[in-house]
Design a protein around this ligand. Structure first.
Ligand SMILES: Cc1cc2nc3c(=O)[nH]c(=O)nc-3n(C[C@H](O)[C@H](O)[C@H](O)COP(=O)(O)OP(=O)(O)OC[C@H]3O[C@@H](n4cnc5c(N)ncnc54)[C@H](O)[C@@H]3O)c2cc1C
Length: 307
């Protein structure tokens, strides 16, 4: 494992500690957590989406939250997504939604989660909006795909995410392709053991390109979600060489990361979707963003030092 991967895993491991969580919450402003999400309210998110839409970037909205452990809270979280879908339709902004199933009660029970997701699907059906089910840690992959396939029987406009760091992903992608289910390819953001995930970044990157290549060759709808310039450059070259129609894929990036590059790709005529999180439950999301780039940790430490 190289030093970057080691640092990444260390940050993810520390993130689970209650004292680290207390510290980060106490210093959230200094630590710059806010630059990764639109704000605490749905109105903040809609305002951000309007600004993105104005420069040709569409959005996917994430109401921050995960790992819900009781039925009541999962229902409240599902209600929030129903409100999000209504707000997107009312505001007439170009955006869909991204949802984590542990926020919808996946750890409480499959049936509770399915019931919550069905309410969200019903709200999406009214405006014909698309639902993306985010992928969480490897313990949840089977259960997530199971709920996805159950929902897909009643609603076509639904897709999910696969992670290039997992050994299993090639065969999961074959299942999604066979079922015609749209996929977002990411590298993967969770702490995973070597028994399930590539420990070396080079293998994760190679796997990423192979998965995207498979989708592009078959004309399977794919969202290429990365900030990695080497991957973006390779895709741009493929698209030109092979004359791949631009409606077959879209680039996706996270809010607050490489914003200028997002605008540049949109201006060059690519479809670009920005992942816009909002809400108050930002801790786990923020810690994953810190872990992805050691320089972010440097920023955090310098901010604390200046205080
Ligand atoms: C739209 C979208 C949706 C996602 N959904 C999921 C999901 O459902 N499940 C999941 O496990 N993961 C998800 N991820 C996260 C993903 O798995 C990676 O952890 C994340 O995208 C970083 O990997 P990378 O592809 O950008 O490449 P990396 O090799 O990690 O980074 C390449 C370069 O991008 C820049 N960069 C990357 N991350 C950051 C950062 N945090 N801050 C500043 N610069 C950065 C740096 O310049 C870095 O050198 C999502 C990512 C995106 C863009």
């Amino acid at each position: 494992m190289d030093s970057t991967q080691f640092l990444r895993q260390s940050i993810l491991r520390f993130a689970g500690s209650p004292s680290v969580s207390r510290f980060v919450h106490r210093h959230d402003k200094t630590l710059g957590a806010r630059r990764f999400f639109a704000g605490p309210t749905l109105a903040d998110a809609i305002r951000t989406i309007r600004q993105l839409n104005a420069v040709g970037i569409v959005a996917t909205l994430d109401h921050l939250g995960e790992s819900v452990t009781n039925v009541e809270e999962a229902r409240v979280q599902a209600d929030a997504y129903v409100d999000v879908l209504h707000a997107i339709a009312d505001a007439k902004v170009a955006a869909n939604v991204s949802i984590k199933l542990t926020q919808m009660g996946l750890d409480v029970g499959r049936e509770e989660c399915l019931a919550n997701m069905r309410r969200i699907v019903d709200a999406a059906r009214v405006s014909g909006n698309f639902i993306r089910i985010d992928m969480e840690d490897s313990h949840h992959v089977d259960a997530t795909l199971d709920v996805l396939f159950a929902l897909r029987r009643d609603y076509e406009r639904i897709g999910t995410v696969l992670q290039s760091y997992l050994y299993r992903t090639k065969s999961d992608l074959e299942r999604l392709i066979a079922a015609g289910i749209p996929v977002r390819i990411v590298k993967g953001a969770y702490l995973e053991p070597e028994s399930v995930a590539f420990p070396q970044k080079a293998d994760v990157d190679r796997s990423y390109l192979e998965l995207v290549d498979t989708c592009l060759k078959l004309g399977h709808p794919v969202a290429i979600a990365t900030h990695d310039e080497a991957i973006i450059g390779a895709i741009e070259a493929w698209v030109k060489e092979r004359q791949i129609p631009r409606d077959r894929f879209e680039f996706q990036m996270l809010y607050g990361i490489r914003s200028a590059r997002q605008r540049e790709l949109a201006a060059a005529g690519y479809k670009v979707r920005c992942y816009v999180p909002y809400g108050t439950d930002w801790y786990a999301y923020f810690m994953r963003r810190l872990a992805e780039r050691p320089a972010n940790l440097g920023f955090v430490l310098r901010s604390l030092w200046r205080q």
